[in-house]
Design a protein around this ligand. Structure first.
Ligand SMILES: [Ca+2]
Ligand SMILES: [Ca+2]
Ligand SMILES: [Ca+2]
Length: 158
């Protein structure tokens, strides 16, 4: 419970600096003790993710010094705005997001979360066929998402 409170406070502090007021409000509602106790009984939420939105196959050059965008998609059952971006990890080496934002990545009218990870932080290697994203919601519930990747040599990088 201490850890959850800490991550919420970190988020509120980080977002206050960034000036994102709506996020701070969401975090405030998550601090209620009732929610945290319930969280312990919940299972992992499977979330839809899209590595390199608007691109398929998801070509990744593991030698790149660039970033990989990954979207967490909002559905009727899951609101990507509930994700605590500071807890999100991507790839075998569990990279932290360099930056993130809420935007309608797939143009279906709801706001998704888009996060950017340094390719070199992710640990994705030549021959990998999928990459995993894990994290927590603002209420401390675990999330998990998986998408395919196709590793390519530098000259085929998009
Ligand atoms: Ca994609
Ligand atoms: Ca959607
Ligand atoms: Ca959307």
């Amino acid at each position: 419970m201490k850890r959850i409170l800490f991550s919420l406070m970190t988020l509120v502090a980080a977002l206050s600096v960034a000036g994102v007021g709506s996020f701070a409000n969401l975090a405030d509602t998550g601090i209620s003790t009732g929610n945290i106790f319930v969280a312990a009984e919940w299972g992992v939420i499977g979330v839809g993710i899209d590595i390199k939105p608007c691109s398929n196959p998801n070509s990744i050059n593991p030698d790149s010094n660039g970033v990989i965008p990954v979207a967490i998609l909002t559905t009727a059952y899951f609101d990507a705005a509930d994700v605590d971006a500071l807890t999100v990890r991507f790839g075998p080496d569990e990279a932290w997001a360099k930056h993130w934002a809420l935007e309608d990545v797939d143009n279906d009218g709801d706001e998704d979360m888009i996060l950017h990870f340094r390719t070199q932080d992710t640990g994705i290697k030549h021959g990998d066929t999928q990459a995993e994203l894990v994290g927590e919601t603002l209420e401390g519930r675990d999330i998990h998402g998986l998408d395919s990747v196709r590793t390519v040599p530098p000259w085929e990088d998009e």
